[in-house]
Design a protein around this ligand. Sequence first.
Ligand SMILES: *Cc1c(COP(=O)(O)O)cnc(C)c1O
Length: 411
Amino acid sequence: MIKFREEINVRPACVGAAGEEAPVFLRAEQKLAEIKNAGLYRRVTDLQYEDAVTARDRNGKKYIVFSSNNYLGLTFDPRVIEAAAGAVREGTGSTGSRLTTGGVFAASELEKELASFKHAEAALLFNTGYMTNLGVLYGLTEPGDVIFSDALNHASIIDGCRISRCRTEVFRHNDMADLEQQLQACKAEVKLIVTDGVFSMDGDLANLPELVRLKEKYNALLIVDDAHAAGVLGEDGAGTASHYQLGGSVDLQVGTLSKSLASVGGYVAGPRVLIEYLRNKSRPFIFSTFLSPSDTAAATMALQILRTEGKTLLGRLRENTALMCRLLREGGIPIADTAVTPIIPVMVGDAAKATGIDYALRERGILLSAIRPPTVAPGTSRLRLTVTAAHTEEQIRYTAEAMQKVWQAAK
Ligand SMILES: *Cc1c(COP(=O)(O)O)cnc(C)c1O
């Protein structure tokens, strides 16, 4: 058995000759203390899921989960489970990058399905949505290009801008006049506009009609990250472009397999030439082992269910969202008018207060997320609920009532 460091009594590896701790250790200890003092310490809650929306912790306490991205509840659909279980017989891992030994039949087929779902010519899979944004922004750009990025874009877009090595202009959240001014002033030949379709912390939508007008006027490329929109928005669940009936007007659509599609992985869909270029150029695609056969199979089945039963699933998701919003509002809880997606933010302000409400709800067997800095700006800490198609009316009513009680008590 492996012994822990204390038991076998070794010196930590990071000490100097005189036995002093390496500077990075000292800094980590100091910063951790600062994080704890600010009420921003993060810990992992280990959960065991029993179905799409309930889970137990290590003490056996049961929770209704109102913070997952499992919008359609497909992680426990018997057909998705069966597909994943069946695919494991093709190996537990993919054994290599897509360009070496990981290029299995199922991956190319899933790419075709995703392209068709997104009304695009072609698609390329990555290992996560996070890596997709890195891969697209790194892969397409060269120094001298300019990326225009919404101020509230997801962290993976921000990181993608960083590794792209080109200039990034951040425009005020959904402020199209600000964006236009920046585009007008820009001399670069290659301009890219990148935005979340649905913003992950506020649940509001990008102003796609205006973004399309601007990208056409200034001959820029428009990239929309639809992680929270695919399987949620649009009659067919295809996302933000479909919601606005602007199919074909967005150049590149980024997505994830980890939210509505009940698996793990990411993809980008768009014109064939750009997809081909990314396959040749994008380091996050080239230098990482591809998804396992089970991941691919689960997402493929989830997509098939979305395409055949989407109407029912999306209907249930929208009904559940509407019910939760109505009950919370009736209970005097200030949720934004912009709440049109299953992401329902409840503004609290103070980080410690948000954490307090979070704990009080956990006591009552409800799991949602207190979102604090640095995920959101200081003073805008919030509770974030996400509703899924798999929640029952009873679970929604119980949660809205508990929220109301805890909210009153925290005033
Ligand atoms: C969740 C999310 C991602 C990351 O996707 P993963 O597959 O979880 O890595 C990227 N962009 C947005 C907007 C997201 O919400």
